[in-house]
Design a protein around this ligand. Structure first.
Ligand code: SF4
Length: 999
């Protein structure tokens, strides 16, 4: 007789074992297996099991089978449930519960009601799935909670609040569902399973295959099925150690121990199956490593080495530690590409770190290697969500140029029959109307300026018509949602289904539906919108615009999109998604403590003690499931490996953003055990060390004269692309970060120019420069310069003159924006300081020129150029003709340091000094309100000559190296990166600083 519960060793292939066992038992019925049922944990495993059955049936000479039915227990129960009550979706539940919570603000004060609604629903689902209810007596529930806290009733006030809130809201929610005559999904599943438990399932035999996690309500049902006598539960589990009471609370339960708490089966019903493969030594290795209840690890390792003088896992499994996420992702990509070259096809990349998974997938796709990503990504991160978000933001911001251009430039946009003409019209609109005319919002204003432009300048008729027609279409389409956006009374609020109906209608009018239907993500989005509309129209609920937007955004976040990939040769999975699966080659990436085991999903309700008392999952359960999945995956991969080549690669990063990272304790245990037993710890063998060395960037530092060797984040150019003229700021960029120089001075990329409605600090600086220029020399359109000598007697006159002149310079902006007065006030507060500084120079220097443009050739192809704010002449006689003093105005709060200049890090003043051989000194003049104006970072004579020469030499070397094809790395310091406008395209953020600075 066969026992109802079969526990397979991890080394066994559970699908193959189950298929062979089933076919052997029912061989007389082949090929008709229609009366058999196989319940699996996840629907994704059903096709894999069917494939395995067909493969195993070949030994009985059958190439096709009739049945069996393979599905999840929950789906089967729902199918047999007698009454199909109306089921409320999760999206509609969030909406209704949030509304319900508005009547209970006295219970939760200022808490975010959306977050409260989602976390409460998570808790209610968990309680229902575990078959737990707070009951109908609040005092008993509070007593139950206080018992869990081990405190008496006199001290439970702070804890009773939590119990009271849960109790009250649970009942309010269930009453609301009853009033709507609806039930949520967990309630429907609970009722269906209860019904199934009381029914005799009509099947010759039932297999429950590979169950790892059980909800409380499933446990009851499985117990009933096992009692029927025609059911077999097949699971994989580590050997259950006998625990003594001291160990019990610290020990991670095995999968079987955890399941049996719910099934409560007798030991006599259980049969343990030893794996039928030749690699028993590997199985023994893992058993010895993870059997924490036995002796300490060093003793276990020593004993094991006596039995097995050679490591059974050496070479079959490799552990590699990378120095950052980029290096780890590159390493995984290289390994996958190599296995593909060797002809392997059933390959898995397993990771609990979504950031790493996304990076690996991107790197593989860059090499045209497509990955089947079972988790996919949230819909909110797709281009389709971006275009819908842009439309909704247009409504909210009166068509601000940011969302408007996002919408118009989206690859989904199809607002004109001729795409080339459309593209050109949008380009001119952005450049001429938004940037040049500085129109930042309002469809009517855009159209008015288009008309001006058309009258005055080169805007031709078709282009004007194209963009005007589009703006008219947008205006007409937006009206219903704009009206809803402006509604501020409950009576005029729309219901969620109505909002979505209008939104979908808008998409239709904007010709977007047709475009979305061509695209997998677009179809997923359209389906989601349809579902949301449908699930909210049964009990319509009026919503403010803000609530609708929060709710919709949440649905985009909660929905996933999985791109279609033809081949499943390479799969990207989480640990839980690998259950029952076997692979020819396997990478487990991201073996950091923070991901494996990681932490259970956080919940704001109940601590671990209370959760345990209530029967909810606790941290030990989380650890048990993670260890089970991790160990099963590794052990099944290794124990089936017949050859000595590497079949399993485990990677992690030991460093991130200069912080040390801990690997998972289970990897540490395997390594320590191996080290103790055989003196080697499985880490970075020669082959992988070489791979890591190839991926490691070379030392890079702004202090190094030589440009560095190849780096991951670097560009390479032809010298003819270096601009003919290098300004002081491009010279500085080249020294700060060659990659930034490459982006801004060679590719000439610019961050999107801000449409300014207020004067920026940079504009303020330009105005101050203009004031001082006009104060010292005639400038067309401004009052005369100050013509008297700068003396104490004339101080007041000079101040008044500069103040009046400054008023003129700032006047245009003051009309445009009243806030600009603050900038003028800031400058007029500085004027007396400036005049005092000017007076202090009388008799020593004479102003010669302001805003002087100068150039100097440094190579055959390249010259330096600069605009010198002010040049003074020394009045004292000089012998060598070097009598010029260059002053650079600084109006911001820049921290100017002489040290940075002598170290070669700040090049602006030295670039100016290189522009004219007569320059004898250079300095900054700080113009800030808080201190008297004074010069800073002054360099002169021999010191200046020496610094000029070393800067010139360095620049010549760099230009020569660029000419020789040297890479231009992204090595910006944190300070340089903080102000860099190229961060959006710079790879340094991904590569990570630790890696960039690696020696
Ligand atoms: S972000 Fe930093 S490293 Fe990247 S280009 Fe800018 S300065 Fe260079």
């Amino acid at each position: 007789m066969t026992e109802p519960i079969i526990i397979l060793e991890y080394a066994e292939d559970p699908l193959r074992w189950a298929a062979e066992s089933l076919l052997k038992r029912f061989k007389s019925q082949l090929p008709n297996l229609g009366d058999l049922l196989i319940f699996v944990e996840e629907p994704t495993i059903a096709p894999v099991m069917r494939k395995q059955l067909l493969k195993s049936a070949q030994q009985y000479h059958f190439s096709s089978l009739l049945g069996p039915t393979i599905c999840t227990l929950q789906d089967y129960a729902l199918l047999l449930a007698p009454t199909q009550s109306i089921q409320i979706s999760r999206a509609a539940s969030e909406l209704h519960l949030k509304k319900e919570l508005e009547s209970f603000t006295h219970l939760f004060g200022e808490s975010d009601p959306w977050r409260l609604a989602t976390t409460l629903l998570d808790l209610f689902d968990e309680l229902t799935y575990q078959g737990i209810s707070p009951g109908n007596n609040i005092d008993s529930f509070i007593t139950r909670i206080s018992d869990a806290w081990h405190i008496d009733n006199t001290r439970i006030n702070q804890h009773s609040d939590e119990a009271r809130i849960i109790y009250t809201l649970w009942h309010a929610w269930h009453e609301q569902l009853d009033a709507m005559q609806m039930q949520d999904e967990p309630m429907a599943i609970q009722k269906a399973l209860q019904h199934l438990s009381g029914t005799t399932v009509k099947a010759d035999f039932i297999y429950l295959l590979g169950i790892t996690e059980l909800k409380g309500i499933e446990g009851d049902c499985i117990r009933q099925l096992l009692e029927q006598g025609n059911t077999q539960l097949i699971i994989q589990s580590a050997k259950a150690a006998k625990l003594n009471a001291d160990h019990e609370s610290h020990t991670i339960p095995t999968c079987w121990q955890r399941l049996n708490q719910q099934i409560n089966s007798d030991e006599s019903n259980v049969q343990q199956i030893v794996a039928n493969n030749s690699n028993k030594a590997s199985s023994a290795f893992f058993e010895a490593v993870f059997n924490y209840q036995q002796e300490p690890l060093p003793i276990r390792a020593e004993n094991f080495a006596e039995l097995y003088p050679e490591s059974p896992v050496q070479n079959k499994m490799q552990c590699v530690s990378a120095n950052g996420i980029e290096q780890e992702a590159m390493l995984v990509k290289k390994q996958i590409a190599q296995w593909l070259d060797e002809g392997y096809r059933n390959i898995a990349i397993v990771s609990e770190d979504r950031k790493l998974s996304r990076r690996v997938r991107a790197l593989l796709e860059r090499d045209d290697i497509h990955v089947y990503d079972l988790a996919g990504w949230t819909l909110a991160t797709t281009r389709v969500a971006t275009v819908i978000e842009a439309w909704l933001q247009c409504i909210e911001t009166n068509f601000s140029h940011y969302p408007l251009l996002e919408l118009l430039k989206s690859s989904y946009s199809n607002l004109h029959t001729d795409p080339v003409e459309y593209e050109h019209a949008i380009y001119r609109f952005e450049l001429d109307i938004v940037h040049h005319e500085q129109v930042a919002s309002d469809l009517k204003r855009y159209r008015k300026h288009i008309e001006y432009r058309h009258q005055r300048l080169s805007w031709n008729e078709p282009q004007t018509k194209t963009i005007t027609d589009i703006l008219i279409l947008l205006e007409k389409t937006a009206q219903p949602l704009q009206k809803a956006f402006r509604s501020n009374s409950r009576k005029s609020y729309l219901t969620a289904d109505r909002y979505i109906a209008i939104l979908m209608n808008n998409l239709q009018q904007l010709n977007l539906i047709q475009q979305l239907e061509q695209d997998d993500a677009g179809v997923t989005m359209l389906n989601l919108l349809e579902q949301l509309k449908h699930c909210t129209d049964q009990h319509p609920l009026p919503l403010s615009w803000g609530d609708f937007r929060d709710w919709l955004g949440q649905q985009f976040e909660n929905s996933h999109f999985r791109p279609k990939v033809d081949s499943r040769d390479i799969q990207l999975l989480s640990l839980a998604q690998t259950r029952l699966m076997s692979f020819d080659r396997l990478v487990i990436a991201g073996n950091e403590y923070s991901h494996i085991p990681g932490s259970p999903d956080s919940t704001p309700y109940f601590n671990q003690q209370v959760r345990k008392e209530l029967g909810l999952a606790v941290r030990q359960d989380h650890l048990s499931i993670k260890l089970h999945d991790y160990r099963r995956l590794i052990e099944s991969a290794l124990c089936n490996a017949q050859s000595s080549e590497c079949k399993l690669l485990l990677t992690w990063r030991h460093q991130d953003q200069d912080e040390d990272i801990m690997p998972t304790p289970w990897l540490q245990a395997m390594q320590s055990f191996h080290q103790q037993a055989w003196g080697s710890n499985l880490l970075n063998d020669e082959f992988y060390q070489q791979m890591l060395d190839e991926l490691k960037p070379k030392k890079q530092s702004p202090h190094t004269q030589d440009m560095p060797a190849a780096s991951i984040s670097a560009a390479n150019i032809n010298i003819t692309l270096v601009p003919e003229f290098l300004s002081a700021s491009s010279h500085q960029q080249l020294i700060d970060c060659p990659y930034k120089f490459f982006c801004s001075s060679i590719l000439k990329l610019q961050a999107v120019e801000e449409i300014q409605e207020a004067l920026s600090a940079a504009d303020y600086g330009h105005k101050v420069h203009a004031c001082l220029e006009a104060f010292h020399a005639p400038v067309a359109g401004f009052p005369e310069p100050f013509s008297l000598n700068f003396t104490d007697a004339n101080r007041a006159l000079a101040i008044t003159h500069l103040e009046a002149l400054s008023g003129k310079v700032f006047s245009k902006d003051i009309e445009a924006n009243f806030q600009h007065r603050a900038w003028l006030q800031r400058w007029t507060a500085i004027i007396p300081n400036y005049i005092d500084w000017q007076i202090s120079r009388t008799g020593f220097f004479k102003l010669q020129q302001t805003e002087q443009l100068a150039t100097r050739a440094i190579t055959q192809h390249t010259s330096l150029k600069g605009r010198l704010d002010r040049i003074d002449v020394t009045l004292a006689p000089v012998a060598d003709g070097k009598n010029l003093n260059v002053i650079d105005y600084k109006t911001g709060s820049t921290n100017l340091s002489s040290k940075d200049i002598t170290a070669g890090e700040q090049t602006q003043l030295l670039t100016y000094a290189l522009l004219d051989d007569r320059i004898d000194s250079v300095q900054y003049l700080q113009l800030t309100p808080s201190k008297p104006s004074k010069t800073q970072a002054e360099f002169k004579s021999e010191q200046l000559a020496s610094l000029k020469q070393s800067n010139l030499d360095r620049l010549n070397i760099i230009l020569e190296q660029l000419g020789n094809g040297q890479d231009m790395p992204a090595w910006g310091s944190p300070k340089a990166c903080a102000h860099c406008k190229m961060t959006g395209i710079c790879r340094k953020q991904v590569v990570g600083e630790s890696q960039e600075n690696e020696a």
